[in-house]
Design a protein around this ligand. Structure first.
Ligand SMILES: Nc1ncnc2c1ncn2[C@@H]1O[C@H](COP(=O)(O)OP(=O)(O)O)[C@@H](O)[C@H]1O
Ligand SMILES: [Mg+2]
Length: 244
């Protein structure tokens, strides 16, 4: 479904990712682990079109996407939940969710609401079923939500564009263990419904447990790949990322 081939991405003269090759197959949860500064966020931003690779190829469902603007990539079915959530604090929960739909409309596919409110309402109901607390707080400003609720809102907003592939950047960062379990449970549920997921996590153990496959990144390169369970049992990974 998604393929990165020999992708290099720079910030000015700094090469943050140095020839990444990876793939995500339809229906998979794939996780990307690695320490701080390894290039995980840069990889996601290169996929979503926020950053342009200097070299290499990114393709989605057989089409090259690395030269497309971000809104076109959203309209093709890729949606990103950014690191640190970045919801709109001065907008209500409902307005934040509408924004997710709007972003999809900037591409070639018309917004869901253009076909009547039906699709919009369906997607909204789906998000509210996943996260009932968002329904309760729909008139509240985003900035007044707890960290966990903001993460749910960020995921909900990304889902409003009806993605085929969801990119999640450290969804568990800074959240209490009980909320972390809820977020991982939701990720598995979404996947069971057919959504393909690329998950970036510092919480390597939880990520590898939920993922079908994983890649390890170090200093802008992929150093290891394998099935979730294989990576969990790998002595080097245990030592470096699982604190064992
Ligand atoms: N805006 C930026 N300008 C310059 N360098 C950056 C910027 N963002 C990230 N970097 C550098 O790129 C590398 C990869 O960062 P990042 O992708 O954020 O890593 P990770 O998400 O794995 O923690 C790091 O060395 C980081 O310092
Ligand atoms: Mg990051």
């Amino acid at each position: 479904m998604l393929k990165l081939e020999n992708v290099h991405t720079f910030y000015g003269r700094i090469e943050a990712i140095k020839g990444i090759t990876l793939e995500v197959k339809k229906g998979e949860i794939v996780c990307l682990i690695g320490s701080n500064g390894a290039g995980k966020s840069t990889t996601l931003m290169t996929i979503s079109g926020i950053l342009r690779p200097k070299e290499g190829r990114v393709s989605f469902e057989g089409e090259e996407i690395h030269a497309l603007p971000p809104h076109r990539i959203v309209s093709m079915g890729i949606s990103q939940v950014p690191e640190g959530r970045r919801i709109f604090p001065k907008l209500t929960v409902m307005e934040n969710l509408e924004m997710g739909e709007y972003l999809r409309g900037k591409g070639e596919i018309p917004p869901l609401s253009k076909g009547g409110r039906g699709d919009f309402e369906n997607q909204l109901e789906h998000v509210f079923n996943l996260f009932p607390v968002l329904k309760e707080r729909r008139k509240q400003l985003g900035g007044t939500l707890s960290g966990g609720e903001q993460q749910m809102l960020a995921i909900g907003r990304a889902l409003m564009s009806k993605p085929k592939l969801l990119l999640l950047d450290e969804p568990s960062l800074g959240l209490a263990p009980i909320i972390v379990s809820k977020i991982f449970k939701t990720i598995r549920e979404l996947n069971a419904e057919g959504l393909t997921i690329l998950l970036v996590e510092q919480n390597a153990k939880a990520a590898l447990k939920s993922a079908h496959r994983g890649y390890v990144m170090e200093s802008g390169k992929v150093t290891k790949e394998g099935k979730g369970g294989e990576l969990l049992d790998d002595p080097d990974i245990k030592k470096a990322y699982l604190g064992e």
